[in-house]
Ligand binder design. Structure first.
Ligand SMILES: *[C@@H]1O[C@H](CO)[C@@H](O)[C@H](O)[C@H]1NC(C)=O
Length: 400
């Protein structure tokens, strides 16, 4: 098991307004939205960790949560209820307002260090409903573009160019021609890209190979960065972990590193964080009264997930089998694919991380084609009636 659980803690950025004091402390406000994103994020991370073979996992749950909240605006009933529950806000209104302000905040940040972008593609033969177009463009700052999904490889090429450009070449081919089919009615995408510089960089000259435990008994050598610095710190005995915060120069951003006490303690720590979130501990951090002597491997991780099973496990299943009627004009749709590709690079200077999340919507058969004509062959003895309004004027039978 890996010893380090790494959180590129975007939740932290909810407090960006208070940037003046960001280095000195936790004048950040804890918000209902921050807590909701935290808990959903920890649950997703745990699920992805458990289902991943590799166990080096990087994900941006926020990308998934944002697209689900956008999708929910075109749904009703059970679909909407499941999404609201999973996103963990008290009701639908609160949820949409929260994601609206969150999207506003992140899409308007300095693209030098943070890009958030949403995009809705609609198949050329369909149109989005006016309502969904308004919500997507106004509340989710999303571009809306028509795309010919009947030519899946051309569609994939256009989407990949967008991903490449928004992630500055870090995510090049998140989709391919198999992602789409002629049944694809629309697709919703989210990109989050972060490029941060440590407030105090590690010295390159101090990076040397050091032992990294793969399990209680197995170890390897990893290039390990080193720094002695006054950092925020916290120990949580009940969680079975200690944590430090590495602030970035970019106001409001920080990385929190959670180190399990036991060499093979990560699964147990993930279990606990999936229940209570990580923010409680983050907000309990303080200067420990002494410098922190930190050794941390530099690393790069790429992950690619199909999120369908994980979402079903988290109680979001109706999106896959019940139709949403408020997204495409005159056409029910359901979600056929949810996926994410993400990466992180951590080195002496800082961290770069990005995620591309997609939700592919297919036309459901009930609305997609006009139903075939119903056969009605009058080829046997029958009854008939002639009416005026609700009054039967004549009635008869015909038998030969
Ligand atoms: C979409 O692509 C298909 C397949 O390449 C092509 O036959 C069709 O004409 C295109 N439709 C539009 C509206 O461009």
């Amino acid at each position: 098991m890996l010893r380090i659980l790494l959180l590129v803690s975007l939740s932290i950025a909810f407090a960006v307004e208070e940037d003046e004091f960001f280095f000195f402390g936790h004048e950040y406000k804890r918000t209902e939205l921050g807590d909701a994103v935290d808990k959903a994020s920890m649950r997703l991370l745990k699920d992805l960790y458990e289902s991943s073979e590799d166990k080096n996992v990087i994900t941006s749950p926020l990308g998934v949560l944002t697209l689900l909240s956008l999708y929910s605006t075109g749904t009703t009933g059970k679909i909407k209820e499941e999404i609201v529950n999973f996103l963990g806000l008290p009701d639908y209104k609160k949820m949409t307002e929260s994601y609206k302000s969150l999207t506003e905040k992140f899409t308007e940040m300095n693209p030098e260090f943070l890009t958030m972008a949403n995009k809705v593609y609609v198949a050329s033969r369909y149109e989005l409903t006016d309502e969904f177009t308004a919500v997507a463009t106004r509340d989710y700052h999303s571009e809306v573009q028509a795309l010919n999904f009947t030519n899946p490889s051309e569609a994939a090429k256009i989407i990949n160019e967008w991903a490449d450009q928004k992630t500055r070449g870090n995510i090049k081919n998140p989709v391919d021609e198999n992602t789409f089919s002629p049944d694809t009615a629309a697709a919703l995408f989210n990109i989050i890209f972060f490029q941060g510089h440590w407030h105090v960089p590690f010295e390159k000259a101090d990076t040397v190979d050091k032992k990294f435990q793969l399990s209680a008994t197995e170890s390897v050598q990893k290039p390990t960065m080193h720094l002695v610095q006054s950092l925020f710190y916290h120990e949580d005995k009940e969680l079975g972990a200690r944590m430090v915060e590495l602030p970035y120069k970019e106001p409001g951003f920080r990385m929190v590193v959670v180190l399990p006490d036991a060499m093979d303690g990560l699964p147990a720590v993930l279990d606990k964080l999936a229940q209570k979130g990580v923010l409680e501990d983050v907000f309990a951090m303080s200067p420990p009264g002494q410098d922190v002597d930190i050794d941390m491997p530099k690393f790069e991780v790429k992950s690619k997930f199909n999120l369908k099973d994980v979402l079903v496990k988290e109680g979001v299943s109706s999106i896959f089998n019940q139709q949403a009627e408020g997204i495409v004009k005159g056409q029910g749709v359901e979600v056929s694919e949810v996926f994410q590709e993400a990466f992180v690079k951590v080195d002496e200077e800082g961290a770069t991380a990005g995620a591309f999340t997609g939700l592919v919507l297919v036309a459901t058969s009930s609305l997609s084609e006009p139903p075939p004509p119903l056969p009605f062959k009058v080829d046997r003895p029958f009854l008939y009636a002639i009416l005026h309004q609700d009054t039967v004027l004549f009635a008869g039978t015909y038998t030969h």
